[in-house]
Every structure is written in C-alpha cells, then in structure tokens.
Design a protein around this ligand. Structure first.
Ligand SMILES: O=C(COP(=O)(O)O)[C@H](O)[C@H](O)COP(=O)(O)O
Ligand SMILES: [Mg+2]
Length: 488
C-alpha cells in the first residue's frame, strides 16, 4: 500500500478507499475545523491514550468506533453518505493537572440516532470504545443533546411540580427513609416500619434496592402490608403519604404485574432499580404516564461505572439520559453521607435534574449548555448515610426541591422509628424556617438545631447519637476546575 500522507491527511483523494488500514484521522474522524451544528449531539470524552499513541488519533478512534468506523477501510462506506455520517472529533486538550489524560470533543450527526431511544444512543456512544486497545481508559464526561433529539423523548411521567401538587406539599424538601434491615423482615414487620416512619412525619418510606420477592417476604405480601401502613399513617396524620414499592423483577412481565398491583392498591409511587436497563426504564415510564404514577429511580449499580474519574460514564450523563427516558425521582448523591460525592460535582447532577436550561459550569462538571425544551423536572434524592445533624448542610447544598432520605438515620434512632422521623421532620422544618428568616444556616446550622432540640427530645437524642459520625474521605470523582473540600 502506498498512500502519500502528510500530518495524517491523505493527499491523493483517490487513495482513500483502497483496501488496507488507515489511521482513524486519515479516514475522516478528525476535523479540527469542524463547526458543530445545532442538531449535532456533542460528547466530551476523557481519554488516556496508551503510551506513544497520539491523542488526536485516539480521539479520532473514539469518534470512529462510536459511529461508523471499523479498524480497516471498507469500500461499503461509499454506499452511504459517509462524510456526514462519520462522527467528528474536533478538539483535543490536555486535562489540567492530570498528566496522560486528554479531553476530546466529538460531534455526531442527528441521523445516527433513533428517535426517543436511550438504548440506541448508548449502544453507539458507550458501545465499543471503552474496551478499545489504544486507550488505557476512557470516560464519557458530558453530553449535549440537541433540541431536535430532546423533543423525541417524553421525559418524567409526573415531574416535580405535578408531584408537589399531588402530594400537597410545598416550600420544603420532602422527607423519606429506606426501610432497614434491607433484607429479612416479614411482611407484617415490614409494614409496621412503614407505618411508624410515616406516622412520625416522613412523606415517603422506601423499599431498598435489593428487595424484590425473596423467600422471607414475597412481593404481594410486601405490597399489602406496606399499603396498610401507608393508609393508616395518612389517616392518622391527614397528610398524603407514599412508599416506593420496588417493582423490579426478573422480566418485564413481572415488572408490569407488580406495577399493576401497586396501582390497584392505591399507591402513588413505584420504584425501579437502574439495573433493569434502558428499554425497561422507558417501558415502565410509558406505563406510569398512562397510570398517573410517580416513578422512583434507585441508581443501584451506577458506581461500577460512574465513580472512577478516568474510566466509565459520569453520573451527570446518566442523569441526563434518565431525565429523557422518564423518571420522576433520581438518587443523585448527598455529598455529606457515606457514599461517594464531591459537593460541587453532586450539585451539577442536581442542576441537570431541575434546570429548564443548563448552562456550562466547569466547577460543577457541566461542560455544555443544555436546553431541556420544557421537559418535566426530575426530583433529586439525597440518600446514603445521612442524619438530622446534617440538615443545614443538605438544605444549603441542595435547596428545597429534593427528597432527603434518612434510612439508618430514622430507623436507628434510640427511641424508635417514630422518634427518628420526628427528629428529622423537626430538624427540617426549623432549618427551613431559619433560612426563610434570612439566617446563615451553613454556619449557624448546628446552633439552630441545638436550640430546636431543647423543645424536641427525639431531635436531642438524634443529635447526641450521631454527633461524631462522619465519612470524611477524599472523593474520587472531583471537578477538574475547582478544588472543594469534601464535607464530612
Ligand atoms: O440504602 C440506602 C441508604 O440507606 P441509609 O440512609 O441507611 O444510608 C440507599 O441504597 C442509598 O441511598 C443508595 O445510594 P445513592 O442514593 O447514592 O444511589
Ligand atoms: Mg440501599
């Protein structure tokens, strides 16, 4: 093969399609002059090329393998409009402070994706490239979906505005708790935990990610006892209450059967785990739209690919896809609890859920503007190792449109589950009141809580029990543009 090339560019155009291997940039997957179109999908990848691999060639390889290319020239390209179908890497920059890593921007023409299908988008964008040998590691950091594609998705079945109206709860975060122990309770004991938590002042109780239909409690028993607890607590308090009934099952038929039963019993909300997969998520979202049901998404499994900074998919991308696919609640991190989460990075996930229009915000990891085209807003959920003593931090970080979920931090209360719920409700309401009165809750928070505790024994006990608990570890997924201390 004798193809004259210069700087990766083929000089003799007649040589482009003769059989053999060309570099991806020679095949047209790199175009430094490319101006992205409004209808393009834009991706930012973090790539770590193998030693000796040119970053531009690595970026071109990512563009190639996530769109039309294979490792060798194929003449069948000429049967297509290949020049426009090729994704184009158009910018490569070293990542600040991370030797060996580069950011690569890639643009995809709108024809490359089926309308309204996250499964199709992900099969292209994260299909092959993450195992590609010339790269040591790759991560999809952020994505800009064009308006034309966003409009092909239906988004959250209910959305946070309608959810507040249905629940008749305004002006404060919602409160929830994950039932513990995660596994092992019988239906009757389980229902009792639900009742106690809701009666004590929580808005929601929640099934955990791994509770489906095990021998100790089959799913119908769980649903029956949970709804008994929900109805009794609603009657006792006069408030609308709910408990996320986890309908995750082995097949889509199981999932639908469980969802139908939840509806029959009058539940306002169902729950699925992320591990059911994109097509199942979009299917259950369609079901929920038809049946006026809130869909709670537990992001079980995400840490296997979102946590490491140099490889996988950022959770901000997952959050964007999940908003399009159609979930109403989404676990988005706590920053202060037991699980991974750099505060500003986590705030970026919240913005993706709640913005009408997301602006570029590098310290929060948001690389692109994103027009959400009036797609409904997702209610973010802060959950994982949090307790009443952190109320000021949580409200300061995340505002009002969030569900704060204290599992261990309700059920582990020394005076019982109702007392745990009371402690959280009082902590929440005193902090919202203080903030509304103009107090600086970030700094005065502990004092505000102590004062409220003088008149609320359950809160006093909660603050005393968990006062020394902290999870002060360095975050793995931090911003490249801002250094923020992790919060304990
Ligand atoms: O069981 C819990 C929390 O229990 P507890 O409140 O007792 O810690 C949830 O599974 C985590 O919130 C998941 O994490 P994430 O919300 O990040 O997906
Ligand atoms: Mg859990």
């Amino acid at each position: 093969m004798n193809r004259p090339v210069e700087e990766g560019v083929i000089l003799d155009a007649r040589q482009r399609y003769s059989a053999g291997v060309l570099k991806y940039r020679q095949m047209g997957y790199w175009d430094a002059d490319y101006v992205p179109k409004d209808t393009d999908t834009l991706c930012l990848f973090r790539i770590t090329p193998q030693d000796g691999v040119d970053p531009i060639e690595a970026a071109a390889a990512v563009a190639g393998e996530s769109s039309t290319a294979t490792w060798t020239v194929v003449w069948t390209d000429r049967l297509t409009a290949c020049d426009s179908y090729r994704a184009k890497a158009y910018k490569v920059e070293p990542v600040p402070g991370r030797p060996g890593e580069h950011f690569a921007w890639v643009a995809y023409d709108i024809i490359l994706f089926e309308e309204g299908s996250i499964a199709n988008i992900t099969a292209s964008l994260i299909g092959n490239v993450f195992s590609f040998k010339p790269l040591k590691a790759a991560r999809l950091e952020d994505i800009r979906m064009p308006v034309a594609l966003v409009k092909t998705f239906k988004g959250p079945p209910c959305g946070l505005v309608v959810e507040r109206e249905r629940l008749d709860k305004f002006g404060r975060p919602l409160l929830g708790a994950t039932t513990k122990p995660k596994l092992g309770l019988s239906g009757r004991n389980y229902g009792r935990v639900i009742y106690e938590g809701l009666k004590g002042g929580l808005d929601f109780m929640k099934d955990d990610e791994n509770i489906n239909s095990q021998p100790f409690m089959h799913w119908r028993d769980r649903f029956l006892y949970v709804m008994e607890g929900v109805n009794k607590a609603s009657a006792a308090t006069g408030e609308v209450k709910g408990s996320y009934l986890n309908v995750t099952g082995a097949t889509m038929e199981d999932i639908y059967e469980r969802a139908e039963f939840a509806k029959e019993l009058g539940s306002v909300v169902i729950m699925v785990d992320l591990i059911i997969g994109w097509s199942a998520i979009q299917s259950i979202a369609n079901w929920a739209r038809r049946n006026d049901m809130i869909v709670h998404m537990h992001r079980a499994g995400h840490g296997t690919y979102t946590r490491q900074k140099n490889h996988g998919v950022s959770f901000r991308v997952m959050a964007k896809w999940l908003r399009l696919a159609g979930v109403d609640h989404l676990h988005t991190g706590t920053a202060v609890g037991k699980l991974e989460g750099d505060p500003m990075t986590v705030q970026g996930y919240y913005n993706v859920c709640r913005d009408s229009y997301t602006r570029q915000d590098l310290p929060r990891g948001l690389f692109f503007d994103q027009d959400w085209c009036d797609l409904r807003k997702v209610m973010p959920v802060a959950s994982g190792g949090i307790h009443a003593g952190q109320m000021h931090q949580l409200i300061d970080l995340f505002g009002d449109d969030v569900i704060l979920q204290f599992g261990g931090g309700t059920i582990g209360h020394p005076a019982g589950i109702q007392a745990g719920a009371v402690a959280n409700r009082v902590a929440l309401e005193c902090m919202v009141k203080a903030r509304n009165e103009g107090r600086d809750i970030r700094n005065e928070g502990p004092e505000i809580l102590q004062k409220a505790a003088q008149f609320c024994t359950p809160l006093k006990q909660a603050l005393e029990t968990w006062k020394d608990v902290s999870f002060n570890y360095a975050s793995t997924d931090t911003s490249d543009y801002a250094v923020t201390a992790s919060v304990a």
